[in-house]
Structures are given as C-alpha cells and as structure tokens.
Design a protein around this ligand. Structure first.
Ligand SMILES: [Zn+2]
Length: 447
C-alpha cells in the first residue's frame, strides 16, 4: 500500500476524451440531483430561464448562471441553518464547517459522509503531489476552530496515510518542546507566515529553528509562497523544502505543486469541473499556456451544498504544456484575489505583486508590509505602503531604501507608492493569513 498512489488514479493521467465522458456523466447526474433537491438553484435557474434537464453535457454548463458566495450567505440568513442550498437531510450530515474570513459573514456548510470522502480524496491527491507520504509525521498548525482548513485538511492527510498531529495555532512553544524530542525528520502544514513565526519563537527561546527537524513544509493560506524570495526565506528559516497547496474551504484543496515546482497542478479530475473565464465579462477563455483569467468550479459528486459554476475570484495564469512528473491537466499560478485587487489611477494592483518587489530587497527589508488605502475609490493619490526594515538596516539608510523601493515598484507595477519604512520587528507576525491590504476608508486600520 505504501508505495501505491491510490488517490492519483488512472483518471489523473487518463486520455482527455475518456475523462470528459466521465465528467459529463457525473455533471448531468449532479445537475439533476441539484434541481431535485436545491430550492436555491431551482429558483436561480428558473430566473435565468434555463431548464436543468437541457444540461446534457460539459458544453451545456456555460448556459447556467454563475454562483457567488454572497448568494449562499444571503440564503442562509433567510433560511437558517444552512440556506436553501441544503440538499441533504440534516440526519445525513456528519460535519459542519464554516468558510470565509476574507469577505463577509462565514458560510456554514454541511457535509455528508460521502462528501467528506470526496473532499478527502481531492486533498489527498494534492498532499501526495506535494510529497507527503505514509511514514511522515505531520504537525498541522492551522486553525482548527470551525475554519474549513483545520479538521478537513487533517482528515485528508490521514487519508494519505501520514501520521498527523493536531497542533492548531497559538501552541508554538509547546510544539517546539515536542519537536526537540522527536529526533526524526518531520513535516509541517501551516501558512508560510506561521513558519516564520515559529522560527522567531524558537530563536527567542535560544533554539536554532533549523535544528527542529522540520524538513518537509506544506503551505497554504498566503499566496506568498509563489514569491521566490519569500519561499527561500521560509525554507532557509527552518531548513525545509517548501511546497505550495491551493484550495478553498467550499471545495477542498484541488491543486498543488509537484517536485518540479512549476505551478499548481489541477487535481480535481472527475470530482470537480474547473472552467476558465474572463472575470469581467464572464465569457470562457481557452486554456492555453500563459492565459490569465479566473477559475470557476462545479462539484460533480456533492450530496450537500453543491457548487454549480461557483466563482473563485482568484485571478490565475495557467499552463497546459507537459510537466516532467507526468500529470495531465493544467497548472496555474495565483496572481491574487480579485477582492484584494485595487485600482490606482486606472492600474490594477495585486498585493502579491507588491510583495514580489519587496522580497527583492532582502535582507534590507524583512518582507513584512502593509498597504493602506485611505482614499475612497477611485484612488487618485499615491497609496501608502508600510514596509519593515530588516534587523541590520541602519536607520540612516531608511530613506535611501524607501526611494529605491518606490522606484522599483513604479517600474514593475506602473504605480507610485508612498513608502514608509518601520523599524525591524515592529510589524505583527501573524499565525493566520497575513493581512496585507487595509482599506482605511472602510475603517480597516493596521495596528
Ligand atoms: Zn508536475
């Protein structure tokens, strides 16, 4: 069993037409099931004038309207506890998880046993692709309280066959004590910013973080690992190899890097259909090397809370050229959440792009930063970016580094920021997703 990739079945390398037949059959079944059980979709499709029985194959999917998370949230307010998209009876549900945190109220989602099995399989494919194997002891340092990535990710790692320790967050000192006694190479599952936080806590305790034995690092949560400088910083801080995994609470983790680290492999084959669209107009975009757009997801094996054309609002660039690992399907890199995008004098800016430039200034800058927008859009003034100095940057050089950073951002991202350099160690290290963008005009203030 240990060497068999049983969650990377033939489907993942199947000829495209065979996979399309399977996905089409499952889609037709999912739509019929959803039409029969979901008042939410029934009303939505009726309003759009689409009869669900006319959805007979993959090409018909685009005739259905998109679904936004906000619609589920509104539906839950009106129809508690799970909203009108509650498609399985309460006594069939065995788990409830909440998603969200970046926008609006958390979305409550019920899961049946079969839904959990699918969720586990998707995540297990991703973890395997990342390099997790039976025999690995994995310390999970994600938030377990309600957040979908806690218990659900834990169960997917157990599905791989790894030995998973539920650490949670806020336990760094206890974790360091345990790691000191383990004496074997171990694995970590956390946000990249948590890994840096853990290294800081270890150093404060007089422990070299590289001696903790964490050699495999699996990360999700911040898009930051996609930034080369940031990845190297995380790897260097703990002496590990870092791999990125991507997911959404509503969906699981259907994408991950393989050892060739050339983008996130799509791994949802035959369980979720991914479409690629133009985020503005909503029209399909051909999946070709270098294309940029938004991924939209449809579950095709979901008993409770089906997602039909669910918009991710993540902007990605994708590739379809072959990867040496042999996995088929597309690969992608996340450019940023459309929600996080802001427009300065007509230029689209993603915090990840800013992070990319700031990372080039290591070790003069620590890599921590906060973008503060104090003007209600349209933004016509230069936004303020607060960046943190590295430990060895003398204060008299702050203004020079600020000037050079502003110039580099102007070259790379075509907008001019006002740079404010803060002393080393003055910015909060978070164990959760690092917050980079503060809309001060909405009352969001960095501390
Ligand atoms: Zn690969």
């Amino acid at each position: 069993m240990t060497d068999r990739e049983h969650w990377n079945p033939d489907l993942e390398t199947a000829p495209t037409d065979a996979l399309r037949r399977i996905e089409a059959a499952k889609l037709v079944r999912q739509i019929a099931y959803t039409a029969a059980h979901s008042l939410f979709y029934r009303a939505k499709w009726a309003a759009a004038g689409v009869h669900p029985e006319t959805i007979r194959g993959l090409d018909d999917l685009t005739r259905l309207p998109f679904t936004e998370k906000r619609e589920f949230q509104d539906s839950q307010q009106a129809n508690p506890p799970f909203g009108a998209n509650q498609t399985a009876p309460l006594d069939a549900l065995v788990r409830m998880q909440a998603t969200g945190g970046t926008t609006g109220r958390p979305l409550r989602m019920g899961m049946t046993r079969a839904d959990i099995a699918v969720y586990n399989e998707i995540g297990a494919r991703a973890a395997w692709c990342n390099g997790l194997r039976p025999g690995d002891v994995l310390f999970e340092c994600m938030n377990y309280s309600l957040y979908a990535g806690g218990v659900s990710d834990h169960m997917t790692f157990e599905t791989v066959g790894a030995c998973v320790a539920p650490v949670g967050i806020g336990q760094s000192k206890r974790l360091i004590e345990i790691l000191k006694d383990m004496r074997i190479p171990v694995a970590l599952w956390s946000t990249p910013s948590y890994a840096l936080h853990l290294a800081d806590v270890a150093r404060e305790d007089g422990v070299d973080p590289r001696t903790l034995g964490i050699r495999k690092g699996f990360f999700s949560g911040d898009a930051g690992l996609a930034v080369p400088g940031y990845r190297a910083r995380v790897e260097d801080a703990l002496g590990l190899v870092a791999r990125d995994m991507w997911g959404m609470g509503e969906l699981g983790a259907p994408a991950a890097e393989c050892r060739h680290v050339n983008g996130l492999h799509w791994l949802g084959q035959a369980l979720v259909i991914a479409e690629f669209i133009d985020p503005e107009g909503g029209s399909p975009i051909p999946m070709v090397d270098g294309a940029t757009g938004e991924l939209v997801f449809t579950t095709i094996e979901r008993e409770a809370h089906p997602l039909i054309r669910f918009r991710s609002h993540d902007r990605v660039t994708l590739w379809t050229s072959p990867c040496p690992c042999g996995r088929q399907g597309f690969r992608f890199r996340v450019l940023g959440r459309s929600d996080d995008m802001f427009i300065v004098k007509g230029i689209n800016v993603f915090p990840l792009g800013v992070q990319d430039v700031i990372a080039q200034f290591a070790p003069d800058l620590s890599g921590e930063f906060q973008i503060v927008l104090d003007q209600t859009p349209p933004i016509t003034r230069d936004p303020v970016i607060r960046v943190e100095a590295g430990p060895d940057l003398p204060a008299e050089q702050f203004s020079d580094v600020a000037r050079r950073l502003a110039g580099r951002i102007r070259e790379a991202l075509v907008f001019t920021p006002e740079i404010s350099i803060r002393p080393s160690g003055s910015m909060p290290r978070t164990e959760r997703k690092a917050k980079r963008l503060y809309r001060a005009y909405l009352g969001e203030r960095p501390n």
